[in-house]
Design a protein around this ligand. Sequence first.
Ligand SMILES: Cc1cc2nc3c(=O)[nH]c(=O)nc-3n(C[C@H](O)[C@H](O)[C@H](O)COP(=O)(O)OP(=O)(O)OC[C@H]3O[C@@H](n4cnc5c(N)ncnc54)[C@H](O)[C@@H]3O)c2cc1C
Length: 519
Amino acid sequence: MTRFDVAIIGAGHNGLVTAGYLARAGAKVVVLERRPIVGGACVTEEPWPGYRVNTFSYVAGLLRPNIVEDLELRKYGYETILYDPQGFYPFPGGRYMMQWNDTEKTVREIAKFSKKDAAVYPKYEEFWDGVLDLVEPLLLAPPVPLSDLVSQFPGAESEELVRSLFLLSAQDFLDEWFESDEVKTAFATSAVIGEMSGPRTPGTAYVLAHHNIGVLEGSRKVWGFSKGGMGRITEAMARSAQAHGAVIRTGVGVEEVVVKGDRAAGVRLAGGEVVEARAVASNVDAQHTYLKLVPRDHVPPEVVREVGRIRSRGAQIKFNAALSGLPDFVSVPGGPGPQHYGAIELCPSMEYLERAYDDGKYGRFSERPFIDSEIQSVLDPQMAPPGKHVMTCFVQYAPYELKGGSTWEEFKPTAAERVLDTYSEYAPNIRDVVDRWQIISPVDVESTLGMTGGNIFQGNITPDQIFSFRPVLGWSGYRTPVPGLYLCGSAAHPGGGVTGAPGHNAAQVILEDLPKIPV
Ligand SMILES: Cc1cc2nc3c(=O)[nH]c(=O)nc-3n(C[C@H](O)[C@H](O)[C@H](O)COP(=O)(O)OP(=O)(O)OC[C@H]3O[C@@H](n4cnc5c(N)ncnc54)[C@H](O)[C@@H]3O)c2cc1C
């Protein structure tokens, strides 16, 4: 029987990144994925013939450029499209704002709402560049304790950064920059995406920062599409790892981490097969890894307690649809045009967003949800049959457990109606052009991928659950209390999003340890 150096549980993008780095360093690696396809939350599927649907994640930008280079992902099919404008924000009464990649063009858009805000915007951009300068080096290394982090950047300016990014709500943070509610709303949606938090929840300024660290095609703080769909990213990662000898098996669920003596020594698959390895890396979240996969007597009670405390609340549904035509927006009619190119953010005000959250907070799907929608086929025609389109909507707020006793399966038609009702306020033809739809609920995210609570990040990314707090205090550096077992997924620093960073960092730690592990 082959004994591997490292067995990786799960072929999410982070598991594949770990595999890629380990295989390149000469380790014998096997990746074991429960689903029939690789990619985890970064996949493209065809629920309807010819329509390539980004089932879960849908926009690219966070993947660290050095990982793209190190793993030669372009050689294996990774290609991106930087969209421009980044965002189209229609408001009631036919007004709208576009956020362009060109600062001056955006300044002109903002001036439609406030001359003062228009003047401030270039400084706001500079602020985020400064944040990126500070944060980028921290992403690709094990996390430092928050106290060390603060002391690394002495001086009033850095303290100010800590105050605003870690302690403020998005509302308070944006109030300090802008006066126009529309302008604040345009920027606030990124502060709540994936979080069961409203713009007035303390700590959401950090979530905004987390979504502002993207780098794509040489531009910073931007998003785009993965050409052919998000699945092309993970297919490229898989090919890259395989080209260096990694074995990837799909359709094999891991049931248990095998512990021999006190060390992780492999995994047992559903069906009983044991795959032996000198080390095991889990791409699955901390709750599943510690509480379901590792035999309980090998996890110290204090770690069990800490893991039980991790907040992992899903907040969203995905509404994915096959379209026979494009939404015709009241504020920018016709098209295809820039209104269709990038993120279409349907959220008219800060209060609307907070009220949408109020519903979610009390266990209800928002009466009037906030919708982040993209139609990738406009810029990337291979995503849909000729003349057709594919639309993805990330919709908040959608609690994992619905008050009133409905299951998500029962509730999906009602949720779809609310999405379409809301959309039609901005594009009245939406019902005419939606041919087919599917809803991916938080329960689906959990049952398909193993993300507890349907949380898209493998654990919320609020300031109490990042850096050395992630996933639990004392075990934030990819190693675990079981020697030879590592966490390599988004549950670990620096958290969720298709960044590849946890997978990269875990690989470095494993490579440090492997020479010390008996062959
Ligand atoms: C709906 C949704 C929308 C999102 N949108 C975006 C976006 O647009 N942009 C972005 O950057 N990020 C987005 N994210 C977040 C991002 O996709 C995730 O944070 C990231 O993909 C997680 O990657 P991962 O490798 O850490 O884990 P995962 O992708 O969760 O991978 C874990 C893998 O382990 C497998 N697995 C689970 N249990 C077992 C087992 N017992 N045995 C074997 N295999 C197992 C799973 O099937 C899965 O393949 C989104 C996520 C979701 C869910």
